[in-house]
Design a protein around this ligand. Structure first.
Ligand code: X8Z
Ligand code: ZN
Length: 656
């Protein structure tokens, strides 16, 4: 039955999916005959110098282009990127000559392992170039997608871009027809044109992984977590978060039902993807006007106060630096202040997305941000500066260890810092929020905003790579159906209009065509709360977790230093132990602790709801079922006439 299928199987599916994939032995991975320790040491020394130099050249060329987007700078950047790819390929071949599992020095062995198991350098040149070319073509296509506006009298009628146009409309429009139009435009103009390239990319990525010794590219992606039970750990954490997610979902659905009515939202059903304030429905904070618990209560926004106090972008950066030095972390160098870009230049085109840069020479670290004096930008500065702190702290490690302990650490740690800064207590302490921080209504409003960002995001962050792993493993035949199957299973979200295998809706999310891993964001989400909770515990905070502020805590700073200095030199579980908490791995407990007051509130709000979560029906799955299964499923169900009628109408409307 549909209800049981959608509500009982998520964990089972996770286990069945690729549970054994992590249980692989190193013996399958490429290795050569050379066991000579001295030669391994010499090779890694040379690699370290070479890789650091190339990283400096590529970063400089990328910086020049990002901060001055001319054709000349683009060409220079591509040249450097090609040299880097060449260097990586040559280095991989040399590394693969070593019998790395038998190298006795654990630090050398680990470096060789990282070098050999990452990337696609095992491919012959022709295919290596082909996959790079495919990815760069898909990125380019994604970047150049233009969609048509809802009203054809708009001046830029068919010239809307993702950022800012699509985002702005999805965030601010409350006209469900317009939202549906934009959603359809974006999904129809990204996926289908890229489908052939994407299928070829899947094929070559799998070949590369097999040539390195993995069963497919999904296994290679998971191998980076170096953990046999990784997927089990992920499944357990999601099982813990799911009840909170379903309470939030149920409350949000009720508010959306009140706003848009039964033609758009079913009171016990999944939510259509176009009305959650985000083109991917991945986080829901932009519909806070619809779902905020106490709309008359003051909101936590200190933008006006920043302006009133005459803050400038530079002063905002100085404030963030002082946050980190107050923990005993490193001050920023004169080079940082001289070379960073803090404001949008007027005379040239720049990439404005905020980012933190490590030039790999132990001197040059920079931030790039087109800062406006707003609270959001102040928070972003604190986030980006945490990345800089991480770079500074692991700068003495070899090149191969200069990264987070696992792919989620950089982002998790930076967001843990933000939990302390975007917080009524902290903003009060630094003189930016002068209202009472202790009212029940303010706290519930605050926690709701945080839940719309964090709790709503959890299932999306989890499913993107679940889907990718499935495609790598099972092929591309029903990949759009599988995408929506997971969206419904984890998020309770359905497409707002019928989809089929001609569509490729996952590609609407940039990380898919750009070949960027996504599971790290789920891991980061857990780590964010684990790190924050541990730091708060260490400084003796005993009140509700969301009121904790680590500002000026040297104890918190010591723990952060330990974690950051280790970089990727150790297994991430050994690094997690530096938090000095009882948990030995990923845990959802700190996240649940943070949102406990909101969960109690949600339960009261939902007390009269017939269904906590979503009751998926045949008409929901019919929206994305491949045509053949729709017909055969209906034929098997002839005694159950209603779904057949629904499917028949659906087929007539959508396919004839
Ligand atoms: O991709 C990003 C950042 C770069 S690490 C812009 N993020 C994920 C997303 O946009 O989906 C940050 C949050 C999650
Ligand atoms: Zn970041």
């Amino acid at each position: 039955m549909p209800f049981q299928y959608w509500t009982v199987t998520p964990l089972l599916m996770l286990f069945l999916n690729s549970g054994r994939a992590f249980a692989m032995s190193d013996a399958r991975i490429v290795q050569g005959p050379n066991k000579n320790l001295g030669e391994a040491l010499t090779f890694l020394r040379e690699y370290d110098t070479g890789a650091s130099n190339i990283c400096l050249k590529v970063s400089s060329a990328q910086w020049n282009y990002a901060t001055n987007m001319t054709d000349v700078n683009k060409r220079k950047m591509i040249e450097q990127q090609m040299l880097k790819a060449k260097f990586e390929k040559i280095s991989w071949k040399k590394a693969a000559l070593f019998d790395w599992p038998k190298i006795s020095d654990p630090l050398l062995k680990r470096q060789l392992k990282l070098l050999i198991t990452r990337g696609r350098a095992s491919l012959p040149d022709e295919k290596f170039n082909e996959i790079h070319h495919l990815i760069s073509e898909m990125k380019d296509m994604y970047l150049h997608v233009r969609i048509c506006a809802f009203n054809n009298y708009d001046t830029n009628y068919c010239d809307l871009v993702l950022d800012p146009d699509v985002h702005r409309i999805m965030e601010h429009s409350r006209n469900s027809d317009e939202l549906l139009h934009i959603w359809r435009e974006w999904h129809d103009k990204t996926g289908p044109p890229m489908k052939n390239k994407f299928m070829r990319y899947i094929q070559i990525a799998n070949q590369a992984s097999r040539m390195t010794g993995f069963v497919d590219a999904g296994e290679q992606m998971r191998y980076i977590y170096e953990e046999r039970d990784f997927e089990h750990e992920i499944a357990t954490t999601w099982r813990a978060i799911e009840p909170l997610y379903k309470e939030l979902f149920t409350y949000v659905r009720r508010r959306l039902y009140i706003k848009y009515g039964p033609d758009v939202v079913r009171p016990d059903g999944p939510i259509p993807a176009h009305i959650l304030g985000n083109i991917w429905a991945q986080e829901w904070s932009k519909i806070s006007d619809i779902v905020i618990p106490y709309s008359t209560e003051k909101q936590l926004d200190v933008t006006d106060e920043l302006l009133r106090q005459g803050f400038t972008p530079l002063r905002m950066f100085q404030m963030a630096e002082e946050f980190y030095t107050s923990l005993g972390l490193k001050p920023l160098s004169p080079e940082f202040w001289r070379n960073s870009l803090f404001e949008k230049p007027k005379n040239r085109k720049v990439q404005c997305t905020a980012s933190a840069w490590d030039f790999c020479n132990k001197i040059d670290y920079r931030l790039k941000q087109c800062t406006e004096v707003t609270m959001n930008d102040l928070i972003t500065i604190h986030h980006e500066m945490a990345h800089i702190q991480y770079y500074l702290q692991y700068s003495e490690q070899p090149y191969l260890y200069r990264d987070g302990a696992n792919p989620g650490f950089h982002e998790g740690l930076a967001n843990a810092m933000v939990l302390s800064v975007y917080n009524p207590v902290h903003l009060h302490r630094v003189g930016l929020f002068n209202n009472n921080t202790d009212t029940y209504e303010l706290n519930m409003n605050f926690l709701m905003i945080m839940a719309l960002r964090k709790v709503a995001y959890a299932p999306f962050a989890l499913l993107v790579d679940q889907w990718r792993y499935n495609v790598f493993k099972n092929g591309v035949r029903t990949m759009n159906f599988n995408w929506w199957e997971l969206r419904l299973l984890y998020q309770g979200i359905v497409p707002p209009i019928a989809r089929n295998e001609g569509h490729l809706d996952a590609v609407a999310k940039r990380h898919i065509p750009a070949d960027l891993p996504y599971m790290k964001y789920y891991v980061a989400l857990l780590l964010e709360f684990q790190i924050f909770d541990a730091l708060c515990g260490a400084m003796g905070h005993t009140a509700q977790l969301h009121t904790c502020d680590i500002y000026r805590s040297r104890e918190a700073g010591r723990i952060l230093t330990d974690i950051m200095q280790a970089g990727e030199s150790k297994h991430w579980k050994d690094v997690l132990r530096m938090l000095r908490t009882k948990t030995n791995g990923l845990s959802a407990e700190p996240l649940l602790k943070y949102f406990q007051p909101l969960l109690s509130w949600l339960k009261v709000q939902n007390r009269d709801e017939a269904f906590i979560g979503w009751n998926a029906k045949v008409e929901d799955t019919a929206l994305f079922q491949p045509l053949f299964s729709k017909i055969s499923g209906c034929a098997r169900n002839v005694f159950n006439t209603f779904p057949c009628v629904v499917i028949a109408i659906h087929l007539v409307v959508n396919y004839l």
